[in-house]
Each structure stands twice: as C-alpha cells, then as structure tokens.
Design a protein around this ligand. Structure first.
Ligand code: SF4
Ligand code: SF4
Length: 206
C-alpha cells in the first residue's frame, strides 16, 4: 500500500522541528511509535529555553523519578511496558504531552527510517539545514557545558542549580542575538510530500 506523507519543516532556530502527518496513524500500531524506544535528554539549550518559556515544566522534570542527572544534562528515563517502553511524557490517547517547542532536540528532529525523507532529492535543502542545526546544537551544548563546569557549576548538586541556571540564561540570550546564516536564509516553514510503501507493526522501520 502506497501512502502520500506530508512533512512540514519548521525553522524556529534552536527550536526548529519537523511535523509529520503520518504520526497520528503511526504504522507501528502500538500507540507509541518511535516514542516507545526513547528517553528524552534535555541539554543546556533545551534547559535554557524552558527556563525562559516554561520554568514550571523544569520544576516538574526535576521532581520525576529515575532521572539521570549529569553535570549539564537531564535524562528522563522511560519505563518498560510490554515489548518496548513508555516515555514519561507520552500518553496513550494524545501522544506526546509536550508541545513541539518544549521537546528536546531528538524529539523535535526525529523522523523514522520508514519515511526516510532525507533520501528524497527534492528535500536536500532541509536535510542540509537539519544536519547543520544538529551540529550547531552539539557545539553550543558542549561549549556551554564546558563554560559552566569551568565556573564550578553542575546540575548534580541541587544547591548549585540556581547559579547554573542564571549563567545558562546569559549564554542563551547572547546566542539568540547572533543566529547563523543557515538559519536566517531558510524560510520559516515549508511543506513537502513524498510517497512510501507502508508496512505495519514491527515491520515498519524506526
Ligand atoms: S515511527 Fe514514524 S510515523 Fe510513527 S510516530 Fe515515529 S516518526 Fe511518526
Ligand atoms: S518527549 Fe514526547 S516526543 Fe519525545 S519521546 Fe517522549 S513522548 Fe516522544
């Protein structure tokens, strides 16, 4: 069965994301799709965004159990459920409970291999954009983690978190004032379609 799938690429700088119309009827047919195999990791850029836009969500995250807290990242570990897992932000009825901009990087960029949009000749401009964006995010996250560590700050120590977040907010604001060309040169939104043969259950490749 061939299916026309539409992707909408949203260029929101460090909050960019890819919307896929197939997700609401995911061929995995397990109410979890790719989210059943992932634990979101919030890195400095994501944490800074939450600090400005939804600090109560950050408070909520810190109160969850089974977190992995490193110097500059927080992993919200999923729980085993059946043959896969369930992300703490996933609801069986409504999918991800977080709006796109509140999700961490992988959750905003990921599209399953069954769709494999990056193989389409007509979408190489967006492939280039998301490749550059991923590298840009990794570079900034590493750079900021190193600066914060150099200041003796770590998320592992709860007493240091307020200072960590104050310094992180400064770094984030400085960066927002100088977006790189690959972001400013792309449109804010672009919709593209492709056709793929569907397979179902575990046959649909993540
Ligand atoms: S597996 Fe693919 S279709 Fe299913 S939710 Fe994930 S990205 Fe969407
Ligand atoms: S945060 Fe949302 S998008 Fe990411 S794995 Fe969890 S449910 Fe899926």
């Amino acid at each position: 069965m061939e299916k026309i799938i539409t992707l909408v690429f949203h260029n929101r700088g460090l909050r960019s994301f890819i919307e896929v119309d197939l997700c609401s009827e995911c061929p995995r047919q397990d109410d979890k799709g790719c989210c059943g195999f992932y634990s979101p990791v919030f890195y400095p850029i994501d944490l800074a965004y939450l600090l400005f836009e939804q600090p109560d969500l950050l408070d909520y995250i810190f109160k969850l159990d089974h977190l992995t807290i490193l110097d500059a990242s927080i992993t919200v570990n999923n729980v085993i459920e059946g043959n896969s897992y369930r992300c703490k932000f996933h609801s069986q009825d409504n999918g991800c409970l977080l709006s796109q901009s509140l999700r961490e990087s992988i959750c905003r960029h990921f599209v399953c291999a069954g769709i494999g949009w990056w193989e389409e000749e007509s979408m190489q401009d967006w492939r280039d954009f998301f490749d550059k964006l991923s590298n840009y995010e990794i570079q900034l996250n590493n750079e900021w983690a190193s600066i914060l560590k150099g200041q003796g700050l770590t998320l592992r120590d709860p007493s240091l978190r307020p200072k960590f977040f104050d310094e992180l907010k400064k770094l984030y604001q400085q960066e927002l004032n100088r977006p790189p060309d690959f972001i400013t040169l792309m449109p804010e939104q672009d919709s593209r379609s492709l056709t793929r043969p569907l397979s179902f259950g575990a046959d649909w490749i993540l």
